[in-house]
Design a binder for this molecule. Sequence first.
Ligand SMILES: [Zn+2]
Length: 68
Amino acid sequence: MKDNITRMAVCPRCGRTYCERPALSRVDNETLICPDCGTREALESIGVSAEEQDSIIETIHRSTHNPR
Ligand SMILES: [Zn+2]
């Protein structure tokens, strides 16, 4: 049997409660944010628009969602 330890955290960037592995914010290099915001910051840093960030994150969610 495996212990299923789920650590919940609240992302300071978007306020979402998440239990995935946190990402380190690029803004100050010490704040832990949710994986989505980590992706957003990475995309933002290479000049991707907010609209495009959304569609990329949506694509990531779709591909990480376990297909049956
Ligand atoms: Zn977030």
